[in-house]
Design a protein around this ligand. Sequence first.
Ligand code: HC3
Length: 406
Amino acid sequence: MSSSEKEGGGVSAQNRGSWSAFLKSIASFSGDLSSLTAPPFILSLTSLVEFSSYWAEHPSIFVAPAKENDPEKRALLVLKWFLSTLKQQYASRSDKFGNEKKPLNPFLGELFLGKWVDEAGTTELVSEQVSHHPPVTAYQIANKEHGVYLQGYNAQKASFSRTINVKQIGHAVYSIPAYGETYLITLPNLHIEGLIFGAPFVELNDKTYITSNTGYTAKIDYSGKGWLSGKKNSFTATMYRTRKEKDVLYTVTGQWNKTWDIYEGSKKSNVIDTYDAEALPTTPLTIAPTEQQDPLESRRAWQKVAEGIAVGDMDLVGAEKTKIEESQRELRRQEKSDGRLWERRYFSLVENDSILAKLAPAIGLAPEEDKTGGVWRFDEKKAAGQATKTTTAAPPTSTEKHSELK
Ligand code: HC3
């Protein structure tokens, strides 16, 4: 990759041909993003299974609701945490590399495990690819000291109309068991901007909701720059008592990658808090050194592919990807002949999920189970089995020995 590409200055002369061929190829694209073939210079070294970590890069904001006694203020703090994750989720990669690259497609069973250790204590991440066709990633993030849990799963469906449009399927569930509190969170649809200039980045569309069993709902409306007016990455969120949308308790508005203000009610005069997304440093995730990772852990499994991409050796990339694909095919063949399915390590499918049954109707969420292979939930029993395996197999690695994600 040329230095101008690294800095987001568009496609270099050398890559212009492959970029325009890519633009032509996507005009008729729809379906799984995993089947999108992008030119080598826009390939990321990171697998999509890692993206679950964007939910908790500010652990203190993630756990803050647990310290608040008032349910209304707690709901506002959950909204604040959700909004604080948007910059990490949707802008951190283009901020860092100048463009949004194509992530590696996780294989079935791929894992990404890590923890954040900071003033919020220890916050643990488990992310697992629970389905390959369609691609679905499930995750749980837990801070046991503060009693805060997030779990969810997501898939994406893409279509092309002027640009790549991505519909997110799935949802997240934030819970604080001490208060018996659960929040159902929907995921924003997005599209890719800047394709024509060879510097793709994400813009969010439409609206999402956060609704709680304590009777509060937040609606977040996303809008972008547009042709004539507006600022990039803009949003307005309102929080109200569920089904009482007109009686706004709080309004939050601004740019999710920059600054935003929280107001009491709907009047812009009553600012009660301001958030600066650029000012607050993230806590780095610690993960085990590659050689100590399980063979299914993402960084270990993709190590050689990532090395090939980093040096532009596409023969190595192709050969190493084929090895992963072949071993996956062999596993599927064995499972078929034994009449069994791949056993997910941390998640299980559930029927008649009580969270969705209770909370989804208030925000009109249709779970689209056919597009995610069902409803995936963190399975405590399975996870406990995994923990026993790691403690008996190897001594726990200390944080100092861990390498950082960033
Ligand atoms: C669309 C996307 C892959 C999916 C990414 C998701 C939706 C994954 C779940 C995370 O929680 C949030 C998230 C953030 C960004 C989304 C990615 C942005 C771009 C990527 C496409 C597959 C890449 C398109 C390729 C190219 C070359 C046009 O950038």
